[in-house]
Design a binder for this molecule. Structure first.
Ligand code: GTP
Ligand code: MG
Length: 399
């Protein structure tokens, strides 16, 4: 065999092997499946936080009627990524980021950093105590609460050996815990004799009501509850859309009204539907700001009254949403809502985004109200029932 015949034979053999390989690969693909679908299977990119609250897609609204829950929610940039569709109970239950991470800014930028600096290798004297009080005030702990802590430091603190910083932090931790005790913090007890239980959520616009309701719906759904949400902010179409989108995401129906419709009538419909459908929990969203010719206080009173007519005994919990980044202003805002309705608990949003975590103390102490939930981010699982022990431990980094 000469050289040219050999080259031709080798090339021929290589071609045959190539053809066999291509045929085998094509046979292994599913029939009709396009290559481009592989790209579609990739996970969704995370939603940028600054877009999280702006619905960009029109939502069909039906007066006093539930929006149907689609079998598979359509992705939308208005709310964070969807939770897995739970059949009943989700196990293990998804948990929000740990308390330590949620309070990182308060600890690092706020009063704990200052306190540690003040007391590091110092000896306790009046000058240090005054500096400590200043540091506590910068964390929006409130004048009364800061004075109470500092008075205790003066009269009860017994310095031991070594660095004063950790000892003072331990002392303040213990006193903080004492201040928070005595109130039934954490998830409200909602075991009503005749369901549904009703939670009415109130608060200034932008504090985080709608987002927190979305997260709460997911929280309770994962625990096996049957839910219905009601969009009572009929003054802003975007507000209703936002709740409807959360409903789709979580897989919970939402009763929405027409823009401008009397919020109380939407609530009445929602209450009736909740009873008819054997819902365990109805959560009602309300407006945080109204048109100037409508009085917010009167409006909230009316919604409260009507919810009680639709669901006897309701609302069983009136949750005041406060924005922790507002510090002491949040405490002041609370008054107007407490005049309007009988607030029974606090939910504190945006604890992740503030160095003013000290406001938690002030709120619990000044208002004498239990802190039910804390929002620690914009994600669907970024909510946790308030736990005084965990909070104090994470705040002061004491074991
Ligand atoms: N970082 C962080 N952002 C939050 C949290 N809760 C809510 N937000 C954001 O705060 C903004 C306002 O939240 P909304 O839920 O629209 O507030 P709202 O009280 O319903 O506002 P109105 O409907 O205008 O009264 C949104 O951008 C939310 O994503 C939280 O716990 N952490
Ligand atoms: Mg809202």
């Amino acid at each position: 065999m000469d050289l040219s015949t050999l080259v031709v034979s080798v090339l021929g053999l290589a071609f045959v092997v190539l053809v066999v390989l291509v045929v085998k690969r094509m046979a292994s693909r599913k029939p009709g499946r396009l290559l481009i679908e592989d790209d579609l299977d990739q996970p969704e990119l995370p939603v940028p936080p600054e877009r999280a609250s702006v619905p960009t897609r029109p939502i069909k609204k039906v007066t006093g009627t539930q929006l149907p829950v689609p079998a598979k929610p359509t992705p939308t940039p208005a709310v964070p990524p969807a939770a897995p569709e739970p059949s009943k109970l989700v196990f293990p239950l998804p948990v929000a980021k740990p308390w330590d991470a949620s309070l990182e800014r308060t600890r690092k930028e706020g009063f704990i950093a200052r306190l540690s600096e003040v007391f590091h290798r110092g000896t306790l004297d009046e000058a240090l105590v005054a500096q400590a009080e200043e540091a506590l005030l910068t964390a929006d702990i409130g004048v009364r609460t800061a004075s109470a802590l500092v008075d205790a430091l003066r009269s009860e603190f017994k310095p031991g050996h070594g660095d004063l910083g950790p000892q003072v932090l331990r002392f303040l931790h213990d006193h903080t815990l004492e201040m928070l005790s005595g109130l039934p913090h954490g998830e409200p007890v909602l075991d009503v004799a005749t369901p549904p239980a009703v939670i009415m959520v109130v608060g200034v616009n932008g504090t985080g009501k709608t987002t927190t309701i979305g997260k709460m719906a997911n929280y309770y759904k994962n625990r096996g509850k049957k839910l219905l949400l009601a969009a009572g902010d009929t003054y802003r179409a975007a507000g209703m859309d936002q709740l409807a989108i959360w409903g789709e995401r979580v897989g919970v129906p939402v009763v929405v009204g027409k823009p401008g419709q009397d919020p109380a009538s939407v609530m009445f419909d929602a209450g009736k539907q909740a009873i008819e459908q054997g819902v365990d929990l109805l959560i009602a969203d309300t407006a945080g700001r109204l048109h100037t010719n409508v009085n917010l206080v009167d409006e909230l009173k009316k919604v409260h009254r009507v919810l009680g007519k639709a669901v006897p005994g309701g609302p069983h919990e009136v949750l005041l949403l406060l924005d922790s980044t507002m510090g002491q202003n949040a405490v002041r805002q609370a008054d107007v809502f407490r005049q309007a309705v009988d607030v029974t608990g606090i939910a504190l949003a945006k604890l992740d985004g503030t160095a003013k975590g000290g406001v938690v103390l002030s709120i619990a102490r000044d208002m004498g109200l239990p802190i039910r939930f804390v929002g620690v981010g914009e994600g669907i699982d970024d909510i946790r029932p308030f736990d005084a022990k965990e909070f104090a431990r994470a705040l002061f980094q004491v074991d």
